[in-house]
Design a protein around this ligand. Sequence first.
Ligand SMILES: [Zn+2]
Length: 279
Amino acid sequence: MDDSSYQQLLDEIAKADAVIVGIGPDLSEAVGLALKGGSRAFDERFSDFANDFFLRSIEQGERFKWTRPENKWAFTARLLQYLRDSEPGQPYADLVRLLEGKEFFALTPNSDGLAARALGDERVAMLRGDYRWLQCEKGCTDRVYPSEGYIDELVANTSGCAIPSELVPTCPECGRPLTPWVYGYEFLEGEHHKQQFERWNAFLEKNINSKIVFLQVGAGMKNQEYLKLPFWNMTMQHPDAFYVAIEKQAAFAPPEIEDKALTFEGDIAAILHRAASFE
Ligand SMILES: [Zn+2]
């Protein structure tokens, strides 16, 4: 990418009345979060689960069919602790700098909470849930509960990949175990979810017919339906919309919008940093 692309990116953001940001898993990876595959974080924090449950990555643990809540919660508490310890870091600081003074709203299928911590909960809709919240396993109530208060006690009381039964977090309504409020077959699309969507819809309604930039960062190869397709469609439909993709690989804009699109491909952290510090 040459200087003129960075200049154009800054110009488009400067001209825009609003920016809609789409944040995908490859931005978390650029920050250093290692959920997929083997990693130092996995070896340091989950070696007991690697031995006893043959897990090879954090992601495998997230999808594992735990049969006992004592094991599930030992793993989950460790995961919540890892996410809490992970900082949004320089890539998010650069993104914040790019958005400085702008009306913006962000959408993300990431459940790690980094986007909300960096950009503010009020300006982020977490499309596939949020590990910072728990829900009833059976969804007996619309309520969600903060996960933060459980982490340290459960981690401290883990032994042999299990926590004591009496420490399993339970639903105050029905007494069944709580589970992270993240996408899965029992994912609760209740009041908390609705509030995020109401904020998103209000933002979209207010800004969609003004000059708007869709800024997609690290959507990656999966999750097309959450970020890429809606961004492409809205850019096609609205004459004043502009589309930007910052991707590790395969940054792409469909031919229909190529005259109002800009793509950056490569090291996401480096691209954001260069854009944020471009003079
Ligand atoms: Zn319940």
